[in-house]
Design a protein around this ligand. Structure first.
Ligand SMILES: [Zn+2]
Length: 323
């Protein structure tokens, strides 16, 4: 992994490259921005450039290869165990950082999902950030900087990352996945700037399952309780993908609304479903579309708060079909 192989984020790359070339590296960084856009890859590329025996991140020397294979003894990665990063994990990291580097001149530690630090772990980490050891670098990664202690944030050099622009993402998807431009645009729009989402399990959901999901939903009519409940059953089994499925429904009805109001095609997500968007835009009134979108929003709100999934979905579908 080098800076050059990471897609986008040119400004962030330049900041890190400059720090490396001037040898002015902060003792701690906070990479903040949405999940799945390349923060972790960037941290690893930075680590590799720092530890490379040729100081270039060449990719060929033993140090570069160990970073790439996650077995460099001076690179430590801290991830959540279950759902939190615990104080014991921070303590053993601190012990590790107090020793001299084994192979390179620096010790590097990545804390991924830093918002998952428990309060105790965060306070323990604060001590390390307040009294940095020479030749140690800590990189915190988070998609929720607002959940970190302000004192932790202020001890780090902050580097914000943004989502990849839709057009850039579509171009990459065209090249990497051998998609036509309509498919690539649909996938890019639904992936919300996350290359990881677009390349992972969401690809199948967005390109293959989406049509069926939208069809099942738009086929429901008010009063048809059996199909409504059976769709709710089906959706309830998709625990991990459910937020993304709700996004699909939302994007669809948003498209219908845009089409109804004559917005240009470039603003639509479902470019491969124009016929069906057209049809729905003639059948559905603006009011009924707004009710559907509100029902989706409210289901999302309740699901994030761990209410009974089945029930939330049934209520959502009943409200959507009645509209
Ligand atoms: Zn190297």
């Amino acid at each position: 992994m080098t800076f050059a192989t990471i897609t986008g984020h040119e400004q962030q790359k330049n900041i890190l490259r400059r720090a490396l070339s001037k040898n002015r590296i902060a003792h701690a960084y906070l990479f903040e921005g949405p999940d799945g856009i390349g923060k972790r890859l960037m941290a690893l590329a930075f680590a590799r450039a720092l530890l490379c025996l040729k100081s270039t991140g060449c990719g060929d020397c033993p140090a570069c290869r160990k970073v790439d294979h996650n077995n460099h003894p001076d690179v430590h990665l801290l991830d959540a165990e279950e759902t939190t990063i615990k104080i014991d994990q921070v303590r053993s990291l601190q012990q590790e950082l107090s020793l001299r580097p084994l192979e390179g001149k620096d010790k590097i530690c990545l804390i991924d999902g830093a918002e998952q630090l428990t309060p105790g772990a965060a306070n323990a980490l604060l001590k390390t950030l307040e009294e940095p050891q020479p030749n140690t670098l800590i990189i915190l990664l988070t998609s929720h900087p607002e959940k970190l202690l302000p004192t932790i944030c202020s001890r780090c050099q902050r580097l914000p990352f943004s989502r990849l622009p839709k057009q850039q993402l579509a171009t990459i998807l065209c090249q990497r996945l051998d998609l036509n431009s309509t498919e690539a645009n649909v996938l890019a729009a639904l992936s919300d700037g996350s290359l990881k989402k677009a390349l992972g399990q969401n690809k199948q959901l967005y390109l293959e399952k989406r049509h069926n999901l939208i069809q099942s939903l738009s086929a429901l009519s008010s009063g048809s309780t059996i199909p409504t409940f059976s769709l709710a059953d089906e959706l309830a089994t998709e625990k991990d993908l459910l937020p993304d499925i709700l996004d699909i429904f939302q994007a669809f009805y948003r498209d219908v609304l845009l089409m109804k109001h004559g917005r240009p095609k470039e603003e639509l997500v479902n470019l491969d479903l124009l016929e069906s968007l057209e049809k729905q835009s003639k059948i559905l009134s603006t009011d009924s579309l707004m009710i559907k979108l509100k029902a989706l929003d409210s289901a999302r709100f309740h699901l994030q708060r761990n209410v009974n999934r089945q029930l939330a979905l049934e209520v959502m579908l009943i409200r959507m079909t009645a509209a």
